[in-house]
Design a binder for this molecule. Sequence first.
Ligand code: GLN
Length: 290
Amino acid sequence: MKKFLAVLLAVLMVFAICSCEKKVDEQQSENEETENVVDAPEENAEEAGEEAGDDAGEEAGEDETPAENSTITMATNAYFKPYEFYEGDKIVGIDAEIAEEIAKKLGKELVIEDMEFSTIITAVQEGSVDFGMAGMTVTEERKESVDFSSSYANGVQSIIVKEDSPITSVDDLYADGASYKVGVQLGTTGDIYSTDDFGEDNVIQYSKGNEAVLALVGGSVDCVIIDDEPAKALVAENEGLKILDTSYADEDYAICVAKGNGDLLAAINAAIDELTLDGTIDAIVAKYIK
Ligand code: GLN
């Protein structure tokens, strides 16, 4: 009897141990399932992002939000044909198209903000936009406020007069006793240089180039000093005007970025180099300047 009880006890103990181990196994596999469930959405999300070729999905893992990351904002003044102007409610032109190509190379969507020309540098400095591109001339003074990319185009300051004007060459503006009223667009190099040359009292500033030209047509100024390509467009749009053969200044156009924004400047310069080498910039310019 004792022997029987001992065997029974032994059998019961083995049984108890086995069932206990089984419980632990079950618990472990339950835990594993829970982990899988937790892992699954991440894996799925990654796969979905990869399948969609979605850069924003990968960037979302970084600290910045996708919205901040996926767009790049350019400040311009869209009354500067053929570099930037409105076609319907869209801003088009040489700068707009080159900027679009640069943004593509940077993997960003381009957003264009239209503002007064004289506020572009401040917007860039404050960081409310990423860069300024507006047929903007590189000057030593501006270089103290912003950094410039390599130049992507040359500009010329031209002089617009009425067809019957006594001003026949740039020299007439400097002649002894000459006192002509010069119309300019506020904050442009035409404004800065002619204020230096002819004095504040002889320079009248307008917020847009076409307003200066309307003043010339109306007789409130004797000439307008403005960049050559916009000058051609404005003369074509208004009767009785001509551009003098002699120009007022030669300049380089470039993109400006906030000082210290070296990464963006390097990326923009690399894009400009590539777009110059592969002929994209020439092709864009040829589309607008015949
Ligand atoms: N090139 C001139 C400047 O930089 C004018 C530019 C403009 O009016 N958009 O001042």
